[in-house]
Design a protein around this ligand. Structure first.
Ligand code: NAD
Length: 348
């Protein structure tokens, strides 16, 4: 029986990874460690909470004595580290909390893994999940590859870049077995509605303005979250030790085009006349330090591990819209703040 720690499993991507691992690997004991910040929501994984191979632990990765004690008690064989402060706008107003969770928190996990494994690294693995934002901004041409120099521009990406460097440094300095992935923007079910796609779906439902930064020409590469979870499973099990993989959708969209596509889908779903939702678009003052374009070259993971996205953007977006329309209670619980009481109801 392998003991696997997944951090941040009550968040957006983490919940998909926890679900995949709990269902696919009944022989593993999966521990989900999450502090349940504003972004952590146990309703995201309510469907698997009774599974015999699943345990939820509420705790903060910034708390080093707690993390040390947790590792000593459970002697994890593998760590998939997703817990993070993840919202760029929040990192602009409160950068220090990003340093605490993303840098210090990662350090605490690295130290605890190093301590319990004590150089006996056979069948052990520390997997750090990171973002393409560490590479900074691209012009109109080119793609980020695994050898692109780091050039972070926001406090969020700077904190993730720093944590990536520490993971690599622990590999080089102490031989800690690690893998690292840098992925493009995810979208899909259970996405917290402060991020562009779920925010706009919610605003369209409620007939509220759709705030588009600057001139709307910012370009992002989008990947369906379940495809990211599949890539994470593959890299965790088959990725080369001490190596990095870029993960992306080969799917670049300028924000304004994405918003217009979303408006079109929403008009159809809600039975509104074509063009209704587009009238809600409102251009707002730009985000400081806004990166113009991110685009991932995912050739390496494709060639070495055979991974590629399984759904097109149009399919993924339609599935996402359907999910939000069918799960209005989940959405209402978040927007009203009621989701925060789920832990007390279920676990106390
Ligand atoms: P999220 O904000 O939805 O979830 C983060 C989770 O971490 C939450 O459940 C939160 O409660 C938990 N958490 C936060 N601080 C914690 C702490 N101190 N201790 C324990 N738990 C804590 O984030 P996400 O979008 O699911 O992203 C997950 C990971 O993937 C992050 O590391 C992020 O940098 C990376 N990533 C995200 C994207 C994306 O598009 N969302 C793309 C590439 C990489």
């Amino acid at each position: 029986m392998k003991k696997i720690l997944i951090t941040g499993g009550a968040g957006f991507i983490g919940s998909h990874v926890v679900r995949l691992f709990v269902k696919k690997y009944p022989q593993y004991q999966i521990f989900n460690l999450d502090a349940l910040t504003y972004a952590g929501n146990l309703e995201n994984i309510a469907d698997i909470e009774k599974q015999p191979n699943y345990t939820f632990i509420k705790g903060d990765i910034v708390d080093a004595p707690f993390i040390d004690q947790l590792f000593a008690e459970h002697q994890f064989d593998g760590v998939l580290h997703l817990a993070a402060e993840s919202h760029v706008d929040r990192s602009i107003t409160d950068p220090l909390s990003f340093v605490k969770t993303n840098v210090i928190g990662t350090m605490n996990l690295l130290n605890a893994a190093k301590t319990i494994w004590q150089g006996n690294y056979e069948d052990k693995r520390f997997y750090h999940i990171s973002t393409d934002e560490v590479y900074g901004s691209l012009g109109a041409e080119g793609l980020f590859t695994e050898t692109t120099a780091y050039d972070p521009n926001s406090p969020y990406s700077a904190s993730k870049a720093s944590s990536d460097h520490f993971v690599r440094a622990y590999g080089e300095t102490y031989g800690l077995p690690y893998v690292l992935t840098n992925c493009s923007n995810n979208y899909g079910p259970y996405h917290f509605p402060e991020k562009l796609i779920p925010l706009f779906i919610n605003n369209i439902i409620q007939n509220k303005a759709l705030p588009v930064y600057g001139n709307g020409k910012y370009t992002r590469d989008w990947l369906f979250v379940e495809d990211h979870a599949v890539a994470i499973d593959l890299v965790f099990h088959e990725g080369k030790n001490h190596d990095t993989y870029n993960i992306g959708g080969f799917n670049e969209w300028q924000n304004i085009d994405l918003v217009k596509l979303l408006c079109k889908i929403m008009d159809e779903k809600l039975g509104r006349p074509a063009g209704t939702s587009e009238q809600l678009i409102s251009y707002v003052k730009d985000r400081p330090g806004h990166d113009l374009r991110y685009a991932i070259d995912a050739t390496k993971i494709n060639k070495e591990l055979g991974w590629k996205p399984s759904v097109t953007f149009e399919e993924g977006l339609e599935r996402t819209v359907n999910w939000y329309l069918e799960n209005q209670t989940w959405l209402n619980n978040i927007t009203s703040g009621a989701y925060a009481s789920y832990y007390e109801k279920q676990y106390s």
